[in-house]
Design a protein around this ligand. Structure first.
Ligand code: SF4
Length: 179
């Protein structure tokens, strides 16, 4: 199924480039389809400790002086950007949180952590490329919001991250009650 979607996506992408249509819509479709597939196949024994929340550096306030790329704990939680909320959420749910400024570092983090599931935040093309790049690791892609344009002071609907975590928790609870 996943292979079929990849082939279909590649064909559509060639067509879109040929017709000079915006690529973001097709990337959104790909991310959404991928998410549905991944969510439907989440293993019931997946725990929050197996999750990796991978976020881009552009979520950080552009003027913040604290370097969080290597250590997200360097954030002083002033609340000027969404990083504070993401740290709070990761601590509350015991989920690993990492900031990846690019694909190479993201791959290195994933290789080191070997997560059961990645919740990745990014823009359309970044997520599309990342999901394909780290396959077969399952990735749920959550689009960031760009009130000031791409790559600077981006943010996200943190409710989407909570929704995914809740779905995983519910699946684990259901599987335990069946046993
Ligand atoms: S919450 Fe404050 S300290 Fe933390 S990254 Fe954002 S601006 Fe910097």
């Amino acid at each position: 199924m996943r292979l079929f979607i990849n082939i279909l996506f590649s064909i559509i992408l060639v067509l879109i480039r040929f017709l000079r249509l915006p690529q973001d819509r097709i990337c959104q479709w790909f991310i959404q389809t991928n998410n549905q597939l991944v969510l439907a196949n989440i293993l019931p024994n997946l725990k929050s400790e197996h999750l990796l929340l991978l976020i881009p550096h552009c979520l950080q306030n552009y003027d913040c002086e604290f370097k969080i790329t290597a250590r997200v704990e360097n954030c002083r939680r002033c609340g000027k950007c969404i990083i504070k909320d993401l740290i709070d959420l990761s601590e509350e749910h015991h989920v690993r949180l990492s900031v990846a400024p690019g694909g190479t570092l993201a791959r290195a983090i994933i290789k080191k952590c070997q997560p059961g599931l990645i919740i990745a935040v990014g823009c359309e093309r970044e997520l599309e490329a990342g999901i394909n790049d780290v396959y077969p690791f399952p990735v749920i892609g959550i689009l960031n919001q760009k009130p000031e344009g791409p790559c600077k002071n981006t943010t996200l609907d943190i409710g989407r991250v909570k929704e995914v975590m809740e779905l995983i928790r519910m699946k684990a609870v259901r599987s335990q009650s069946i046993r």
